[in-house]
Design a protein around this ligand. Structure first.
Ligand code: HEC
Length: 92
């Protein structure tokens, strides 16, 4: 029992360290919608962007403009994730 416990304690930090890159990938791949909904509803409803279609260049410009308004509430990485997401679901 004691040995098992010790192995468990040794493995826990390794699992936690392993989780950090995993959750990073999730944010890029699966959770783009969540990032979009969180960041782009700070000042207006998400229906504002969702009511539009734009080319990916236009989405990039729009997201960068919003990032300018939001300051550090929208990170570079979030802006990138949101641009890709909108260019995919709301392409002109
Ligand atoms: C800090 C506040 C703020 C945040 C956060 C914000 N917006 Fe905006 N948004 C505005 C304001 C102010 C306007 C109206 C002025 C303008 O269009 O520049 C606007 C207008 C818009 C418009 C309509 C104008 C256009 O260019 O089509 C879209 C689309 C839009 N926002 C998308 C987004 C997206 C996508 C995000 C998330 C990345 C976002 N907004 C986050 C403040 C914000």
């Amino acid at each position: 029992m004691k040995t098992l416990l010790r192995v468990g304690l040794l493995l826990t930090p390794l699992v936690l360290v392993g989780m950090i890159p995993i959750s990073g990938i999730t944010a890029e791949d699966g959770d783009a919608k969540a990032v979009f909904e969180k960041r782009c509803s700070l000042c207006h409803p998400t229906s504002r962007p969702l009511g539009k279609t734009k080319s990916s260049e236009e989405w990039e410009k729009t997201v960068m403009r919003m990032k300018g308004y939001a300051g550090d509430r929208i990170s570079d990485k979030d802006a990138q994730i949101i641009t890709v997401y909108l260019a995919e679901i709301r392409r002109k």
